[in-house]
Ligand binder design. Structure first.
Ligand code: NAD
Length: 481
């Protein structure tokens, strides 16, 4: 199958500028070729967005919502097909792929309605006969740059907010996983989204894409999800035209398990958070601080739970652990495990590539449990982005909170305790954008999501999500005699 780019409402001839392959990480097979977008293609996408911008901004939000909901329904009607494409390009188990698409479509529905609630306000003036009115307006042309780990969700969340706010969007998916984004374009095209409001350009050379969008003053907002390093680069590049840059970046999430925690809940929640998408999520539990009085018992329980996780192709119905997305990802996971072991950690279970005979590629890594971990090890310093759970002992609350906060990242954190006072105290002391109390699975379209410190800028979803794509205007009305 060969995909062209979707540029300003037209499917590009895929033969025109060469293609790049999309590889199934579970099998090593090429599943599709995708056209490489050129600088001219990207400029055409911006021109198309510029031509469509004013009419969409002027379209009543209730009419915009009809098109958006139709597209979400088309995707939900096609969820089996779309989930299989997602699994093949990215690797996660099929049930998780369906969950991702359902959640993503939930954002389209949410923002279809939020657009109708883009309220302004009036403010009492300081002099008689004056009126102060605040209105919110779409910011203009927006760009989404998305990562490979949630190729459907990350785009749908940004696209819902942009379209709901009244803005066109040009999307650049990750080069490893462009197919889900192109299928999203297909759904919006079929739903009747006016031409120009959405383009999906697949640029295997992202620097060229960045050069074009950052040089064009008509692009007003750039919403990025990905690594902190690239996020910082985009923030710098956005400065020339003072673009609004929203960033959802890396995390290094801590969990703190106090001695009074419900260990059944800890195991269920930690397994879900650690091994969803094989640990390749920005909110994945990466540093598991456990009170020293219960660390052995928790290690035993986690080990038992990890033994129940079949490894395989995500399309197989029983699979709980699929492949990592690319060879470099696997090498990083192995490097982190080896570094921890060299510095004194002990592997309780896992620790290596999975090599069972039924596996068709060498990109599978065993679910791994490490004990005897400390902060000197790479697993504690940077995202492993893989199925590795490091347990670290602690004894003192203030000390563990300081250690949890001792990172440049601040995306998400988790606390397990039955003591409500401690839960409140610790959750408020943690410098993270999301804190789960006895909860590691907090995805919700209605809640704003984002990071503190170097984990990001701005919020996605919830009642704040539209603001990344809107300006506030203050209109001061004087008195004419
Ligand atoms: P990445 O930064 O390498 O790539 C993300 C996107 O940026 C891709 O589309 C890529 O093509 C593009 N890109 C790379 N260099 C670019 C450049 N110079 N100009 C423009 N675009 C460029 O990240 P990744 O490896 O795809 O994703 C993993 C990272 O994403 C992890 O750090 C993870 O924590 C983070 N992440 C964060 C969130 C969140 O919500 N905070 C969610 C998912 C992933």
């Amino acid at each position: 199958m060969i995909y062209g780019n979707y540029i300003a409402g037209e499917w590009q001839d895929p033969g025109a500028s060469g293609t790049f392959p999309v590889i199934n990480p579970a099998t090593g097979e090429v599943i599709a070729e995708v056209a490489c977008a050129t600088a001219d293609d990207i400029r055409r996408a911006i021109d198309g967005a510029d031509a469509a911008r004013a009419a969409w901004a002027a379209t009543p939000a209730i009419e915009r919502s009809v098109v958006m909901r139709r597209a979400a329904q088309i995707m939900m009607d096609r969820i089996d097909e779309l989930a299989a494409i997602l699994v093949k390009e990215q690797g996660k188990p099929l049930a998780q792929a369906k969950g991702e698409i359902t959640y993503g479509c939930g954002f389209i529905d949410w923002f279809a309605e939020e657009g109708r609630r883009a309220y302004g306000t009036t403010i009492p003036a300081s002099v008689p006969d004056k009126r102060i009115v605040i209105i919110r307006q779409p910011i203009g042309i927006s760009v989404a740059i998305t990562p490979w780990n949630f190729p459907s969700l990350q785009l749908l969340r940004k696209l819902g907010a942009a379209l709901g706010a009244g803005c066109p969007m040009i999307a650049k998916p990750a080069e490893l996983t462009p197919l889900s984004a192109l299928e999203i374009a297909r759904a919006f095209d079929e739903a009747g989204l006016p031409k120009g409001l959405l383009s999906v350009v697949c640029a295997p050379e992202p620097y060229e894409f960045t050069d074009v969008i950052m040089a064009d003053p008509r692009v007003r907002a750039v919403s990025f999800t990905g690594s902190t390093e690239v996020g910082k680069l985009l923030m710098r590049r956005g400065a020339d035209h003072v673009k609004k840059v929203s960033l959802e970046l890396g995390g290094q999430a801590p969990t703190i398990v106090f001695e009074d925690a419900d260990l059944d809940a800890v195991v269920v929640e930690t397994m879900a958070s650690k091994f969803r998408n094989m640990g390749q999520t920005c909110v994945s539990v990466n540093r598991i601080y456990v009170h020293e009085s219960i660390i052995d018992e928790l290690a035993d329980r986690l080990k038992a739970a990890m033994a129940q996780m079949p490894i395989g192709d995500g399309l197989e119905p029983d699979t709980a652990v699929g492949p990592l997305v690319e060879p470099a990802a696997l090498e990083k996971v192995q490097r982190h495990v080896d570094d921890a072991v060299a510095k004194g950690a002990r592997v309780v279970v896992g620790g290596n590539r999975a090599t069972a005979a039924h596996l068709k590629s060498d990109q599978f890594f065993e679910p791994t449990l490490l004990v005897g971990v400390d902060e000197s090890m790479q697993v504690m310093q940077e995202e492993t982005f893989g199925p590795v759970a490091p347990l670290v002992p602690f004894t003192d609350e203030a000390d563990v909170v300081a250690r949890a906060n001792g990172t440049p990242f601040g995306l998400s954190a988790y606390v397990f305790t039955r003591d409500i006072n401690r839960a409140i105290r610790v959750s408020e002391a943690l410098e993270f954008g999301t804190v789960g109390i006895n909860d590691s699975t907090f995805s919700a379209v209605q809640a704003p999501f984002g990071g503190y410190k170097e984990s990001g800028l701005g919020r996605e979803g919830g009642f704040l999500g539209l603001d990344e794509f809107m300006e506030y205007k203050f209109i001061s009305i004087g008195h004419v005699g």
